[in-house]
Write a protein of this length. Structure first.
Length: 402
């Protein structure tokens, strides 16, 4: 069946000829209708082909159809035919192989394999396993609906999965070598935004109580968390060669030298200035091993025989918080929120705070800011809303009855 509103968007003599239009389909009540999606139609290798276009209007469809015609003419039918036949399963495999070559962190690769190789690929096969080139915005929205209604995932998890899917298709259309699909299908589809839930944050009084009451072997670890805003992995892998102490403080070079690229979340190193209090804590530690911190001794291991364990360290801080009467929701990452809030309370420049915490976006840093009730009261009391009243106060109370 011919396309509705079918029109040729190529010049005479150009090969192949590309037409645009909307497809007919039969509704559930048996009547014939037309899709809102525009399609491109052309012949390749003796076969009729149709591709969905990322266009909401006829003029946009014309432009997309002309762009497609140029690609067909410049690249030849063979290269384009290969793009039109690649399956999602192959696309996923190639994208995961590319991420491994990019030296992504192991946990990042695990997430990508699960989100793409399990969730998305499995769902797509149940839809008929059409070629990746036929993926369109409607498919994206159906996959999102599946994650919400059938998989019943949390909104934050759904947003993360959809982001990875978008990244894969953008890579396949713009950055892969060779280019694997003829176009990026989600240009006009908005990213699902999920409001961030409030995260627990230590108050200054709580941090002081923790440092005063912590196990002596863990007190320097907690102090480094609180006074630098470093992530667990960065503190676990911190070595003495990364630290320079001076009389006025010093500097911690996170992932200096590049020999441990996976040490930071962003893969990039950064310097963090050391406060005077943290400087005194670090200066008092022994330097009989490369690592700055080791896990406390157990029945199986002595001190210095193994690195910090995140799970056991989390249990330790929760036990201490419970003993001190703090919220059970507090965790190791709450120290990072405390550091960001301390920077905000003391009017530290965003430029410095972003650099110290290893972020490139101020929007991310905003998530870490916490204002406690006492600080909010002090802030509001310090505002000047208007000049003082010039009306003199009466010397004696007014007699309302008289």
């Amino acid at each position: 069946m011919k396309l509705a509103d079918r029109m040729n968007v190529t010049d005479k003599g150009q090969s192949p000829q590309v037409y645009i239009g909307r497809r007919h389909f039969r509704s559930t009540n048996g009547t014939m209708k037309e899709t809102t999606t525009w399609y491109a139609e052309f012949y390749m290798n003796g076969k009729q082909r149709r591709l969905p276009l990322d266009a909401g209007t006829k003029n946009a469809a014309i432009r997309e159809g002309q762009t497609l015609a140029e690609k067909l003419a410049n690249e030849g039918e063979g290269a384009m035919a290969q793009r039109l036949h690649i399956r999602v399963s192959e696309l996923v495999d190639r994208y995961l192989a590319y991420q491994e070559l990019e030296d992504r962190a192991p946990l990042t690769l695990v997430k990508y394999r699960h989100d793409l190789g399990v969730k998305f690929k499995g769902w797509w096969k149940r839809q008929g396993d059409r070629p990746a080139a036929t993926f369109r915005p409607d498919d994206y929205l159906r996959f999102r609906k599946y994650l919400i209604e059938d998989a019943k995932l949390a909104l934050k998890t759904i947003s993360s999965v959809l982001m990875v899917v978008r990244q894969m298709f953008k890579w396949a259309a713009q950055k892969s070598d060779p280019i694997l699909i003829p176009r990026y299908p989600l240009t006009n589809v908005k990213l699902m935004k999920v409001p961030h839930s409030p995260q627990p944050c230590f108050t200054p009084e709580q941090v002081r109580a923790i440092l005063d009451n912590a196990d002596p072997l863990l007190r320097p670890v907690y102090a480094t968390f609180a006074f630098t805003g470093m992530r667990f992995g960065e503190i676990r892998d911190l070595e003495w060669r990364d630290i320079e102490l001076r009389d006025d403080g010093g500097t911690i070079f996170v992932s200096r030298g590049g020999s441990r690229k996976d040490m930071t979340k962003s893969g990039q190193g950064r310097p963090i200035p050391i406060t005077k209090e943290l400087r005194d804590v670090l200066a008092a530690l022994p330097r009989d091993q490369d690592r700055v911190f080791s896990h406390p001794p157990t029945t199986m291991y002595g001190y210095g025989e193994r690195a910090l364990d995140e799970t056991q360290l989390l249990h330790a801080i929760k036990r201490l918080c419970k003993r001190l009467g703090f919220s059970e929701k507090l965790k190791l990452h709450s120290f990072r929120h405390f550091f960001a809030s301390t920077c905000a309370r003391n009017n530290v420049s965003y430029k410095f705070a972003l650099k110290w915490m290893g972020h490139s976006s101020s929007e991310i840093l905003d998530l870490y800011f916490h204002m406690h009730d006492r600080e909010a009261q002090q802030a509001i009391n310090g505002l000047v809303f208007m000049p003082p009243s010039r009306i003199a106060e009466p010397e004696e109370p007014m007699n309302r009855a008289g």
